[in-house]
Design a protein around this ligand. Structure first.
Ligand SMILES: Cc1cc2nc3c(=O)[nH]c(=O)nc-3n(C[C@H](O)[C@H](O)[C@H](O)COP(=O)(O)O)c2cc1C
Length: 376
């Protein structure tokens, strides 16, 4: 019997049977080839090392060049990009693993350097707080202040939805097992959900129902291309760069979760408030928001955000979540399920190598040694 045994009950998700409930959370690592936004053999090695996850959710990958906001992030919208991802998906499948692509549009969390000098787009005109990560694409990089984003016109939305359809097709072509719609962390879809940003007066702004509209339309666009069981969605009631927030996260995100129910989706993935991105709230409020979202959704519920393995096992045993996604622990421990099964030890993540660079801090985290296995 493994330690933390509830995490090792198989889980049916998206037509797949996951051997454990330990998911790898999406982790941007900014190591793609900027010219063409392509993956490399190093990515295949990194993801292949982590194939023991119940499911891997890939690093966020932009649906269009407009969707990019960080240096060296991959794309999933051209044939070349799909081909470059195949080395990753093939490596994961060869080791018996499963991987979804996280489809991303950053909205305002960007910089003109990625868009031939044009302003980033958002739900409304605003300037995010903080610095854009532009790497060596800007003479004053690697970080420069965000600039004002412009509001998307209502008649631009159909084109945006086409970009989601195109990315879903490219993800299929790349042989992903499914996609995760990135609607979390204050990026474009969240810029429509959150009241501090969205001041629109058309069908996409104002009431909660209107602010949720882009989320459901982007989802429908993906469902034009993929069966529902191959589509998951990620939401976060708080957090993310840029300083956006919602006046009533319980109301807004419960409504968002409800809008995602009844489609037969693979899962809903929620980052609980109070994790690595700040926004510390009242614990009871966090409880209420997570329970509200879980109750509003009707399928597999994945929780993430600062979980220790022991807490994760308790959440699954108590039925508060069906699976838990781990970010930093998976980054630093390629054999995380094995480590959780024997209750550690765990490598520490090195923040200085999170974004950019090569193999260091990426593919060189060690697996358990023979002594560590024997000591368990
Ligand atoms: C280096 C790094 C990169 C991240 N990149 C993404 C990303 O691409 N997409 C996303 O939705 N969240 C991203 N996140 C957030 C993580 O998926 C996760 O929500 C966060 O790390 C909290 O989980 P943890 O406490 O298990 O690490 C990132 C976090 C880190 C530390």
């Amino acid at each position: 019997m493994p330690q933390n045994s509830s995490l090792f009950e198989p889980l049916s998700l998206g037509g797949l049977t996951l051997p454990n409930r330990i998911l790898m959370a999406p982790l941007t690592r900014s190591r793609s080839i900027e010219d063409g936004h392509l993956q490399t053999p190093l990515h295949a090695e990194y993801y292949g090392q982590r194939a023991g996850a119940g499911l891997i959710v890939s690093e966020a990958t932009q649906i269009s060049s407009e969707g990019q906001g960080y240096a060296w992030t991959p794309g999933t919208y051209t044939d070349d990009q799909a081909r470059s991802w195949r080395q990753v998906t093939d490596a994961v499948h060869a080791k018996g693993g499963r991987i979804f692509a996280q489809l991303w549009h950053v909205g305002a969390i960007s910089h003109p350097v990625f868009h031939d000098g044009a302003a980033p787009v958002s739900s409304s005109a605003w300037t995010p707080k903080g610095q854009a990560f532009v790497g060596d694409l800007h003479p004053e990089g690697p970080t420069v202040p965000y600039v004002a984003a412009r509001a998307l016109e209502t008649d631009e939305i159909p084109r945006l939805l086409d970009d989601y359809r195109n990315a879903a097709r490219a993800a299929l072509d790349a042989r992903f097992d499914g996609v995760e719609l990135h609607a979390a962390n204050g990026y474009l879809i969240d810029q429509f959900l959150r009241s501090s940003v969205n001041t629109r007066d058309d069908l996409y702004g104002g009431s909660v129902e209107n602010r949720v509209r882009l989320l459901t339309e982007a989802l429908s666009a993906l469902l034009d291309v993929l069966p529902a069981e191959k589509v998951g969605v990620r939401l976060s009631p708080t957090g993310g760069p840029g300083g956006s927030s919602d006046a009533d996260p319980h109301e807004t995100y419960t409504a968002a979760a409800r809008a995602l129910a009844c489609h037969g989706l693979a899962y809903l993935h929620v980052i609980r408030p109070n994790t690595h991105q700040g926004n510390v709230g009242d614990t009871k409020d966090v409880e209420r928001i997570m329970t509200g979202m879980r109750d509003a959704f009707d399928g597999v519920f994945v929780a993430n955000g600062g979980f220790t393995p022991g807490e994760a096992a308790a959440w699954v045993a108590e039925g508060r979540a069906d699976a838990i996604a781990f970010g930093r622990l998976f980054l630093a421990n390629p054999d995380l399920p094995e480590r959780i099964a024997q209750d550690g030890p765990y490598n520490e993540a090195d923040k200085s190598t999170f974004y950019g660079g090569g193999a260091k801090g990426y593919t060189d985290y060690p697996g358990l040694t023979a002594e560590e296995k024997a000591a368990a």
